[in-house]
Design a protein around this ligand. Sequence first.
Ligand SMILES: Nc1nc2c(ncn2[C@@H]2O[C@H](COP(=O)(O)OP(=O)(O)OP(=O)(O)O)[C@@H](O)[C@H]2O)c(=O)[nH]1
Ligand SMILES: [Mg+2]
Length: 697
Amino acid sequence: MKEYSIDRIRNISLVAHGQVGKTSLAEAMLFTAGETTRLGKVDDGTTVSDYIQDEIERKISISTAVALMEWQKHKLNIIDTPGFSDFVGEVISALRVVESVVVMVSATAGVEVGTESVWKLAKNNKLAGFFFVNRMDKEHADFNKTLDSMRNRFGSSLVPIQFPVTAGEGFDSIVDLIKMKVLTYQNDLSGQYTEKDIPANLLEKAQNLRKKLEESIAENDEALMEKYLETEKLDDKELIEGLRREVVKCNIVPVLCGAASTNKGVARLMDAIVDFAPSPVDVPAVLGVKPESTIEIARKADAKEPLCALVFKTIAEQHLGELSFFRVFSGSLEAGMEILNSSVANTEKLSQVFFMTGKSRKEATVISAGDIGATVKLKNTKTSDTLCDKKNPILLPKIAFPDPIIRTALVAKNKGDEEKISAGLHSIHGEDPTITFQYDPEVKQLVMSGQGELQFDIVSKRLKDRYGVEVEMVEPRIPYRETIRKKVEAQGKYKKQSGGRGQYGDCHLRLEPQFRGAGFEFLDEVVGGVIPGKYIPAIEKGVRETMTDGVLAGYPVVDLKVAVFFGSYHAVDSSDMAFKVAGSMAFKKAFMEASPVLLEPIYNLEVTVPEECMGDVMGDISSRRGKILGMEAEGPFQTIKAKVPLAELYKYSTSLRSLTQGRGIHRRSFSHYEEVPGEVQAKIVEASQKSKKDEEE
Ligand SMILES: Nc1nc2c(ncn2[C@@H]2O[C@H](COP(=O)(O)OP(=O)(O)OP(=O)(O)O)[C@@H](O)[C@H]2O)c(=O)[nH]1
Ligand SMILES: [Mg+2]
């Protein structure tokens, strides 16, 4: 493998809303660079970067893939990321290891919710950016409209450095504002183009846009501005160097266009990456801490510094083995080296290191600062871990994966598979940390949490294919609560006095409702020793145990005050046991008379959708017993805020996807407990009685 000096490396992520053409673009880049001999297609399952079986079957990206190539004597590490929001964890990890992003936008759909979220992530990571308006060959493709929508949303730092000559079928030519030429791409997928002068009818437009580009370069640089004001012109060198400087500083985000699947516009995008995108030495040193301290350490992108690398991806595909992908920030990784995983304070011996393109590996002897590679068979290393020099340890911040937004319960199709399921999920979590799982003792189910139902489907398939276990995904039981609405008094008397030593306990309880979230309070108001003090804890225990098991439908009782205020005892027959039973009896009786009610968890729901989907989405929220609190406009999108019962949110992401044709996203978080409406309560109580009966039989 050829070696490249660090300033000749470009690490770039392709990001976008789902299906805009990232994988096709990565494919076209590889082909144009001569790394592959044919241009694969997503629809045929023949691309380099969608190589996992599930990706081939579904024709979507599920996991990031690295594609490396040489272009203009530079090394490009391109990371193709998935666009579906279910796999946002992959995007987040990819963005930790690159200096810039190419945001793709569809020339027919314009800015979509996924575009917004990837751009936000890129900004949070302070990455330089390019926009590539893709699908210029589609009917109704409109570059100007798309550019307007992008500039409206993301600001005037977006500056076109090209525009198409025509759009739609037959699209093949682009006016290049750097070269000031028309580039005509060949129709044979080769990605090659010829240059000619800009025709008269486009010249004025080209000159105007070139002028705007020059102005935006000059306006951030005093010396250049002075010269520009004098001559009203930048020469090619000033333009290219100036543009590079401003892109690196994130002041300018160049906009390009093309059609990935027919390999048009791709070669010039690669030129732009080489000419304008930051190299690893153009960005600030990476920051970490000395392990087990808060002492900050900065590591420059330099092979001579001590080693510091981040594992950003782990895969355990069949036939491929377990691979850990890493980005080296400083120092070098060599085969045979012993290094420290500072995240778990464990050493690892590196057997081999590889440069990766899709699933194919090229063995390397050393992978140095600024570069991306992979290794196999690490014992104890997972995604997000830091690998470093043993003598100069550093710990990088963990990758900030998002909190789960949806849950499902998993049931083994075959009894006895539970352990295998846990082991499988454990390993899947290692690959995709946004999937988490735990046994929920309250609802007595194994509950998996994640980002979307598509992601769940893939987990379920992996469990089957890799671990040979089948699971059924069922709605997680809702953690209802029980409470009361009235103040009530009742007596519980437990008396057994036939033969031998009997049982005697008698108590009067008062139950009083409390505000939501108050919990439980127990008061001893017995006077005159009608119940000896030593039996009071037994009564409380009886009450507490009954509360845990529930009275109405088997759910924990909350938010009430219980006072024991009267009773009687028997000198010989009374015992803790008898008073515990009496306490429980009194509680059950009082509870049922105190206008009992079920409480259900209510969630905050935030749904972001294009304006035209708003009516449908709001109607759907109302049909889920949701209350709409308000709306906020964000450009062409509306964020609807609502409170919705958890019981109505199962499979919400699938419904939202079909309601909005994939153009909506949602977030949710627990809000509070609220009374269940009468007719819903009747159903829940009935179901609980039925399942109790089934269990008894
Ligand atoms: N007409 C046209 N179709 C395209 C273009 N680019 C991609 N496609 C098609 O769009 C579909 C999706 O392309 P992908 O490359 O898989 O898109 P993606 O952004 O990687 O999709 P995800 O990774 O699932 O988000 C495929 O059928 C491609 O052939 C383009 O420029 N023009
Ligand atoms: Mg893809």
